[in-house]
Structure formats: C-alpha cells, structure tokens
Design a protein around this ligand. Structure first.
Ligand code: TXA
Ligand code: MG
Length: 335
C-alpha cells in the first residue's frame, strides 16, 4: 500500500519523536503499541512509567523485516527463518536468545527477546523509516495502562494514556481501527522445543504445520509473559462469562438495570428489555476478535455495574478470544 502525503508526514513526525527519546503510540494489525527507541534506556523507562508496568516484564521489539533478526537475536534458528518467511509481516512474535545489543531494560533482565514485524502499513512504514543502517528497533507493549483493556483505536489510547502535556504519549500515529484486534501469537524458540506463550490469530495448528513438529505449552521456568497473569485485559466493571443459553436468565437474576450484555443476536432477543446496554456478538471469529476490545471498552463505559458475556464457541481458532475473555473475567489481583 502506498501512503498518502499526510501519512508520510505523520510517519516522519513519529520517527523524529522516537529519535529524540519520546513515546509514540503506533498502529499494528493487532492492537496499538506504545513505542520507544529500544536502544534508549531512558526512553524505554518512560514506557514502563506510562503504563505503570513492572520493569521485570519484558517488551517486544518491533522490526521492519526478517533481515533485522540477526541484529537483535544472538542466534537465529532455522525455525525462526521458516516462520518469518511464512507469517511476517503479521501477528507473530518470536522469542529468541537476545543479542548483546538488546539491553536488559528491554528484556526485563531475561536472556531472550521477543521480536515481531507487524503488517499494518503505517506501523510498518514507521519501523522501516526508524530502522536505518543501525537496524534500530521500536519497543512496543500495548498502549494501555498495565492490566487494562488493550487499545484498538487511537481514541482508546487518548482515553487511557492521553497526549502530553496532560497525558503520557508524545504522538499518536493514527492508523484507524486495528483489523486483527487481539495481540500477536507468541512462540518461544529459545529452548529445546517450540512453546506457545500466548494465543493469537496465528494458531498452534498453523505453527505446527509450518514447522512440521509439535508446539507445546510453556513449562515451568519458561520465559515470563505478562498476558499469562490470570487477571489481565480487564474492564473496570466486573465481567462474568456465561453459557449463551443461560445468559438471559443470569441477566434477569442480577438486576437487569445494572447489567450490560454481549451475546449473539438470538440470545440478546431473549434478554430482559431493561438491561442497561446490549451488544451483538459477531458469529465469525475474525469479526469477533477485531471488535473484542472495542466491545469491552463500550461495555465498561455503559454505566453497568456488571458485564455478562456469552461464552463464544470453543476450538482452535477461538483460542485467542476465549483466552482474553477468561482473563478479562478472572477475579482481580490473580497472578
Ligand atoms: O500484538 C502485539 O504483540 C502487541 C503489538 C503492539 O505489537 N504488543 C503487545 O505487547 O502485546 P505487550 O508488551 O502488551 O505484550 C508482549 C508480551 C508480554 O506478555 C511479554 O511478557 C512477552 O510478550 N514477552 C516479551 N519479551 C519476551 C521474552 N523475552 N520472553 C517471553 N515473553 C516475552
Ligand atoms: Mg499488553
């Protein structure tokens, strides 16, 4: 995709902000990221401060292409090359042994680093422009306060972190709503077996097919992933997942006037007429995932004191959506 002159100008501005150690919220196909120059310890420190994220949680480094892998990883296994060829640019993060260049301020002191090359044209243009001959990278956790709902629109970033001087972000690169909507799949390739650290749009089956071997669940002692905390991606309002068939009854049993619901159309039709807020859940997974965080933001802002969500279908392609909903609904403070 070719960028408009305005978009090119915006990328240039974002690049300058990164160069002087500022924070840029950037679009990816998954969610908006909060970017800083990965080589700049102070700038990366500001990312942790802005998110109120514990500093031992490692960050992903965003790169423009697979050629940059060897600048950020001390060794690039064949499997990483295979996956990059197949899925980059796209919603896949690979954890590899970190190169010397990659400071402990990025990795939370771990010996591995998460590397990702997003496909969003504006985000991609930014990583390309910033990379330059030194193959610089952009750290980018999701651009939300730690533990809260991830942002999939520029407005979400404005509402949560805000722009300087009153807020925390120096510049927002506006790339419209994110199309995938849930964070990238994370695969750990730094150990003896490939491990699936986080569910995303690239499923375990897709990875296994590309690699021709099993991709296992993380073992004790595997790298830490903040998205693995039980309570994460959480709205402020308590959220309960309910079997779709039982949702109308559950809404009636709570005070419907304090309840916001999200369910397929036929279930919504059976809910009490006086629920505060109702949202139709898409039936196909890509649409559900694309709208998931926007829906959670809307349900949270509805004034309800309780959110009820109909459990989506199970099965591999729904794994990322079910994972995020389970964490959004987990009792708070669960690690
Ligand atoms: O889709 C995405 O991945 C988005 C966009 C902005 O790229 N980014 C994102 O970043 O979700 P964040 O920081 O919210 O989640 C990154 C996850 C964290 O759970 C972190 O623990 C894990 O990646 N991670 C990063 N480096 C790691 C490493 N060396 N070992 C294990 N996990 C790592
Ligand atoms: Mg996050």
């Amino acid at each position: 995709m070719t960028l408009s002159p305005e978009q090119e100008k915006a990328v240039e501005t974002a690049c300058e902000v990164l160069e002087r150690g500022g924070l840029v919220a950037f679009p990816t196909e998954t969610v908006y990221g909060l970017g800083a120059d990965a080589d700049n310890e102070r700038a990366v420190g500001r990312v942790f401060e802005a998110k109120k994220r514990p500093t031992w949680h490692p960050l992903i480094v965003h790169l423009p292409d697979a050629d940059s892998l060897s600048w950020w990883a001390s060794s690039v296994p064949k499997e990483a090359v295979v996956l990059a060829e197949k899925f980059w640019p796209g919603p896949l993060t690979m954890v590899l042994p970190r190169a010397r260049r990659c400071g402990p301020w990025v990795t939370g002191g771990q010996s591995s680093v998460g590397l990702r090359c997003p496909s969003h044209p504006l985000g991609h243009a930014l990583f390309k422009a910033f990379s330059g001959p030194a193959h610089r990278g952009v750290v980018g956790p999701s651009a939300n306060s730690f533990g809260r709902i991830s942002p999939t629109t520029p407005q979400h970033v404005l509402d949560d972190l805000g722009l300087r001087p009153s807020g925390k972000v120096d510049y927002i690169l506006d790339g419209g709503p994110c199309t995938v909507g849930v964070e990238s799949t994370i695969i750990n390739l730094s150990g003896s077996e490939p491990e699936l650290l986080r569910y995303g749009a690239i499923t375990r089956e897709m990875l296994q097919e590309a690699l021709g071997r099993p991709v296992v669940n993380p073992r004790a002692g595997s790298p830490r992933v903040s998205g693995q905390l039980k309570s994460h991606y959480a709205p402020r309002t308590p959220l309960t997942l309910v079997e779709a068939e039982k949702l109308p009854e559950a809404a009636a049993a709570l005070n419907p006037q304090s309840c916001a619901v999200m369910a397929p159309r036929q279930i919504l039709d059976r809910c009490p007429g006086n629920v505060v807020f109702r949202l139709e859940a898409p039936e196909d997974e890509p649409a559900y995932a694309a709208r998931l965080y926007s829906s959670l933001h809307l349900l949270d802002a509805s004034g309800a004191t309780h959110i009820l969500v109909a459990k989506p279908p199970t099965g591999s392609i729904w794994a990322a959506v079910n994972d995020r909903l389970a964490r959004a609904g987990a009792p708070r403070g669960q690690k």
